[in-house]
Design a protein around this ligand. Structure first.
Ligand SMILES: Cc1cc2nc3c(=O)[nH]c(=O)nc-3n(C[C@H](O)[C@H](O)[C@H](O)COP(=O)(O)OP(=O)(O)OC[C@H]3O[C@@H](n4cnc5c(N)ncnc54)[C@H](O)[C@@H]3O)c2cc1C
Length: 489
């Protein structure tokens, strides 16, 4: 990594150097992958972005396997997979957010594609060590394949979106999907929609309750093989922006999921979703920041190098606008860095780095991958130990604060993207040649950042609860209370 990149990273993210754990080697490692991705985004993604956008306008299921496999070779599909499972992850949330910002500066759709893959993996990480072998290792090992294994995560249903992503609103959500216990596993039924990567994923992590009327108490996770009988992609959406990342409707018609791919027990899904969103929303903050930066950089290049821009750069109102754009991008980046660092240092990331689990990761992976070992970890004792660790190390207060910061960074990133891209379009005007199409795409790409991973309204309500009112969720305590009830029986 060049000294210039390290300095740029430190300047762009001054708070990183306040964290002693990140000083030196760790920051150097982060800088390397950020720089590699920046070059990849500049040389490979950006030149192809408009082409992908126009192909996918007519063929919404289009997936650029060539770019994805080139990115996979650089480790972009392994960003959140722990090293002990064959991936590259250290500082998983911070690393993936910074890297995804770089991809988004090249193309918002490609950023969502890689981000949605990471989102598909996160329920397995949050589920605990029982899920850190098997499919996770298979995904990590596919990085050099011409068609690496891509993941997706399915939470949203046609009748339930905002509410399924909130631990209280979910109690009154109009859910239809349901999972029924059958011999050796569960049978899944229902429809999930707007699922990014859903039409190309090899595996989808799916969240469903056993009783849709009692979703808070009965939700759990499933790892679904998309070649399973009864699984079908029934629609792919025509998107306004971020077309490089397809969004699909998935239908489950008695899809059997064997016990080894069931994540947790009924009720575990509620804290798990909070843990997943605490880690995935800073990444969306990174996407918003990156889309805004992409528009700002394109505009500045044009103002500086193109004679058609005339003396615009000399005008004070343009200078003021550029300074405001820079400021908004900077603040948005700081917000997601804070949220990502909180995730890695004080909430779920603390679990991944816990001494007990580090010790466990030294056990040869052949032993960790044995069916018997994984069954024990999934069993009642293993599960109880996991939740006890989570309660002692993180607790509801830690998880709530992490989710609050994460929601704030997501909303900030989305608004920054829409505002900066709109302003860039205004400054460039109509007569800016090929820049016009690039900026229009940035503007269309930006809007989604205010919608997915929970709308900005929902995210701000989450931030109000955790950061303004100082409320704490009771999701971990509720699972622990369940253990105590079982013991008393
Ligand atoms: C392109 C795309 C990709 C996506 N990818 C995925 C994916 O990979 N996986 C996945 O599971 N989901 C995905 N989603 C779904 C996304 O997370 C939901 O669209 C989002 O959570 C909003 O839900 P909804 O669309 O049902 O809107 P609704 O919940 O119907 O919201 C409609 C409006 O009402 C407002 N609103 C609703 N409830 C409240 C409330 N209580 N208080 C205040 N305002 C409220 C909302 O803010 C919004 O403005 C994707 C969506 C899109 C568009």
């Amino acid at each position: 990594m060049s000294a210039a990149t390290l300095t740029a990273l430190q300047e762009a993210a001054p708070r990183l150097i306040d964290h002693p754990q990140l000083a030196g080697r760790r920051l150097g490692e982060l800088g390397e992958i950020v720089e590699t991705t920046r070059v990849f985004a500049r040389e490979k993604i950006r030149p192809r972005a408009l082409k992908i956008d126009s192909i996918a306008e007519h063929d919404p299921g289009y997936f650029d396997w060539e770019l994805v496999s080139a990115g996979a070779k650089l480790g972009l599909l392994n960003l959140v997979i722990p090293r002990s499972s064959g991936g590259d992850s250290v500082q998983m949330c911070l690393r993936s957010s910074l890297v995804i910002e770089e991809i988004a500066a090249g193309c918002g759709g490609m950023a969502t594609l890689f981000g949605a893959h990471a989102l598909g993996i996160t329920p397995l990480l949050v589920g605990g060590p029982a899920y850190w072998e098997g499919v996770l290792r298979e995904v990590a090992q596919s990085k050099d394949d011409p068609r690496p294994t891509v993941m997706a995560c399915a939470i949203t249903e046609p009748t339930a979106g905002t509410d399924v992503e909130h631990h209280q609103l979910v109690r009154s959500a109009q859910l239809v999907c349901h999972a029924d216990k059958v011999k050796g596993g569960y049978s899944l039924n229902g429809v999930k929609h707007f699922i990014s990567n859903g039409n190309v994923a090899g595996w989808v992590t799916v969240v469903m309750p056993t009783d849709p009327k009692r979703a808070y108490e009965t939700t759990l996770g499933f790892l679904v093989d998309t070649s399973a009988e009864g699984f079908a992609v029934t629609k792919v959406e025509h998107k306004m922006g971020q077309r490089g990342s397809p969004a699909a409707e998935l239908t489950f018609d008695n899809v059997f999921v064997p016990d080894e791919h069931v994540i947790g027990k009924p009720g575990d899904g509620t804290p798990a979703i909070a843990g997943v969103l605490a880690g995935s929303r800073p990444v969306v903050g990174g996407i918003g920041t990156g889309i805004a930066r992409g528009a700002y950089e394109r505009l500045l290049e044009w103002l500086t190098n193109d004679s058609a821009a005339g003396d615009l750069l000399e005008q004070q109102q343009v200078q003021l606008a550029l300074a405001q754009m820079f400021e908004a991008i900077h603040v948005s980046r700081q917000a997601y860095i804070d949220a990502a660092t909180a995730f890695d240092r004080v909430s779920m990331g603390k679990l991944f780095g816990h001494n007990l689990l580090r010790l466990y990761s030294r056990v040869p992976h052949q032993v960790r991958g044995l069916g018997m070992t994984r069954k024990q970890l999934r069993g009642d004792l293993g599960r109880k130990q996991m939740f006890t660790l989570i309660q002692n190390e993180i607790g509801d207060a830690g998880l709530s604060r992490s989710l609050g910061l994460s929601s704030m960074s997501k909303a900030r990133g989305g608004d920054t993207a829409v505002w900066v891209t709109g302003l860039a379009l205004e400054i460039a005007g109509l007569d800016c040649g090929p820049l016009r199409a690039e900026l229009e795409k940035c503007y269309r790409d930006a809007k989604l950042c205010q919608i997915y991973e929970g709308t900005n309204q929902l995210n701000r309500l989450e931030a109000y609860d955790a950061l303004v009112a100082g409320h704490s969720m009771q999701v971990i305590d509720d699972v622990m209370a369940g253990f105590n009830k079982e013991k008393a029986r």
